[in-house]
Design a protein. Structure first.
Ligand SMILES: Cc1cc2nc3c(=O)[nH]c(=O)nc-3n(C[C@H](O)[C@H](O)[C@H](O)COP(=O)(O)OP(=O)(O)OC[C@H]3O[C@@H](n4cnc5c(N)ncnc54)[C@H](O)[C@@H]3O)c2cc1C
Length: 384
């Protein structure tokens, strides 16, 4: 019998499986409903020989040395620094909006004064969420805030989330702040990169243990009966522990209602050119139905006369549509209230640990979810 059953082979589930087997020598069964490991980080080599990220571009970055060291046990790195451009007023300009973007979009006679005022007001090398910038009383800065809001945030947020920036938790637009700097990099974290042989290989190494059994194409509902105090696996009573990284509302059979998500679809295309665009990701805030185009060759350059791109479309998640995937929890007060009910109930269920973006209904970057899994291992598992 297994000491732990882990639902989900994404980062949260895989880090815990690795720790439980390698540090504690216990036995783990992973149930994964997709046909591969790696969750949303999954990548593969496509027909053009290019490594593509099936569920959208994933760039690893962190300021936490212990997280970088932990992952580096399973991979070497391509030291890649992400840059994003946005098509605004017919020009491709740096995103997040920074002082270089300002110079490209506004007339020179205005820019000098605005730049000076921005630095005087907020300081240099400072990140300011757009909703904060919009609160300034200064007439010129208010003009600038409205300009950035209209050109960069409003339509992109509507396309991506179906809501205006102010109708979402401020953390959403805060993730891409206005950056008072001339640094065009998307992230400023100390450690940044793409796993040299890809994320999937990293997961394979992480899960390479005789004590880990993985069942792919297996929804836990098909082989487990959970009624939270009594759990059975293949109709036999199961007395071990469960680590659950799936949707928390599904676990509790939606008793407090469904938690809404945004979903994505990707249209992959082959372009007969060495490169399609200047950088890995170009955002389209105001044009087209898609939100952005990613060209994967920039992550891991190879010499070919073809290139692979993905156009990304955002839409509401519908659980009843086969293959639809819940990508982003929608941080709004109403949804937090529903989640809190599930969270409170989860605290009363012994033997089940809820962790990860679906089970905690929150956005996690990769480093944060690894950090959270390592913390859970230390605080809840190691001394059991
Ligand atoms: C488009 C996009 C881009 C991103 N880019 C970045 C980035 O550049 N940098 C960064 O740091 N982070 C990025 N992230 C965040 C990153 O994907 C997450 O941090 C990470 O995937 C979270 O891991 P997880 O284990 O919580 O969830 P997941 O990876 O989703 O794993 C959960 C797993 O559980 C499985 N599961 C669910 N229900 C069941 C069930 N009923 N039975 C069996 N299995 C089930 C799912 O199939 C899935 O494989 C991005 C996310 C998205 C959506």
């Amino acid at each position: 019998m297994f000491d732990y059953i882990i639902v989900g082979a994404g980062l949260a589930g895989s880090v815990l499986a690795e720790r439980i087997t390698n540090i504690l020598g216990k036995k783990v069964l992973i149930l994964e409903k997709r046909n591969h490991i790696g969750g949303n980080c999954y990548d593969y080599i496509d027909k053009n020989g290019i490594q593509v990220h099936k569920y959208g571009p994933h760039i690893f970055r962190t300021d936490l040395k212990h997280i970088y060291d932990y992952l580096s046990q399973f991979t070497d790195w391509n030291l890649y620094q992400h840059e994003v451009l946005g098509l605004i007023d017919g020009k491709k300009v740096p995103i997040p909006f920074n002082l270089n973007t300002l110079h490209e979009l506004l007339p020179e006679n205005l820019v000098e004064q605005l730049e000076k005022q921005l630095i005087e007001h907020f300081g240099f090398d400072v990140k300011v969420p757009i909703l904060e910038l919009k609160k300034t009383q200064d007439k010129d800065l208010k003009f600038l805030a409205d300009f950035i809001y209209q050109k960069v945030f409003l339509n992109y947020t509507m396309k991506q989330w179906g809501f205006k920036p102010e109708d979402l938790d401020p953390s959403v637009t805060g993730r891409v702040p206005v950056y008072i700097s001339k640094d065009n990099r998307y992230f400023q974290d100390k450690y940044q990169g793409i796993p040299k042989e890809g994320y999937t290989k990293l997961f394979e190494k992480m899960l390479d243990s005789p004590n880990i059994k993985i069942m792919l194409n297996t929804d836990y509902n098909e082989i487990m009966e959970i009624n939270p105090c009594e759990i059975s696996l293949f109709d036999k009573k199961y007395d071990g522990k469960i680590i659950f990284t799936g949707e928390i509302d599904e676990f509790f059979k939606y008793k407090y209602g469904k938690l809404p998500y945004r979903s994505l679809s990707f249209k992959f295309e082959t372009i007969k050119k060495e490169y399609f665009q200047e950088v890995a990701t170009v955002n389209y805030p105001n044009n087209n139905d898609f939100t952005r185009i990613t060209e994967f060759k920039h992550f891991k350059p190879i010499k070919t006369n073809k290139t692979s791109i993905a156009k990304e479309y955002s839409h509401e998640y519908d659980k009843n549509v086969k293959g639809d995937i819940p990508y982003y929890p929608i941080p709004r007060d109403k949804n937090s209230e529903i989640y809190e009910k599930y969270k409170n109930e989860a605290q009363t269920v012994e033997n089940v640990i809820f962790i990860g973006r679906l089970a905690e209904y929150r956005y996690y970057s990769m480093d944060n979810v690894i950090e959270s899994a390592l913390k859970v291992f230390k605080e809840k598992i190691i001394n059991e």
